[in-house]
Design a protein around this ligand. Structure first.
Ligand code: OGA
Ligand code: MN
Length: 205
């Protein structure tokens, strides 16, 4: 067995998850990584590869709009570009560490870009579906420009039993949280809001 090296940033995330079920990491990805991912998102958006996000098929479009208003584009790892390749290498490294230290049994992942146009939001929800509890950890990486200010809104609000925590979508910030435990919402945005969002999953049974 190869030597195990502690990685302080990962240890902090694990400790946070154990203590409060979420963690905020401000420099998980480098500024260059974030900028390349941002360019990649905008290019795909220009090429019309984004779809209005859905929430299952039992709702009609009108109702969906009252729940979430973002546009998303799933990332196909088979056809990933350079920026995405660096992104997934880092996610892979982190996942292997989690599996080795926390026995999480993560075997799959899925990630999409998301763009919230001005005025949109995502109402309070849980990231798990009925009949599918494979999503274990939710990960959101913000790809906004440096100057995100509080009056732009777009906070991620995480609901705990007795309080809620508001996290602003600052450039380069990554938020990890327990998909099956924490309800959360995206407050209305006054500025286009960009991110990559995804899930680390056990294999679906
Ligand atoms: C989601 C979500 C949070 C965010 O896409 O399910 O809750 O901050 N995103 O973008
Ligand atoms: Mn969510």
């Amino acid at each position: 067995m190869s030597e195990f090296v502690l990685i302080p940033m990962y240890e902090k995330v694990i400790q946070d998850l154990l203590e409060k079920q979420y963690s905020v990491v401000d420099h998980f990805f480098s500024i260059e990584d974030v900028e390349h991912l941002r360019e990649s998102l905008l290019q795909k958006y220009d090429e019309d590869e984004f779809k209005k996000a859905a929430i299952g098929n039992q709702f009609n479009e009108q109702i969906i709009k009252t729940i979430r208003g973002d546009f998303i584009s799933w990332i196909d790892e088979i056809q990933k570009n350079e920026a995405e390749s660096i992104f997934f290498d880092k996610i892979e490294h982190f996942t292997n560490y989690l599996n080795r230290t926390c026995f999480l049994g993560i075997q799959e992942r899925e990630f999409h870009y998301a763009l919230y146009p001005i005025g949109t939001f995502y109402k309070r929800h849980l990231d798990t579906f009925q009949n599918d509890d494979s999503r274990k950890l939710s990960i959101v990486c913000y790809l906004n420009e440096e100057d995100w200010q509080e009056d732009f809104g777009g906070e991620l609000a995480i609901y705990k039993e007795k309080e809620s925590i508001n996290i602003f979508p600052l450039k380069g910030r990554m938020v990890v949280f327990e998909s099956q435990i924490l309800e959360h919402e995206v407050k209305p945005v006054q500025r286009e809001r960009l991110s990559i969002t995804g899930w680390l999953k056990t294999r679906k049974l």
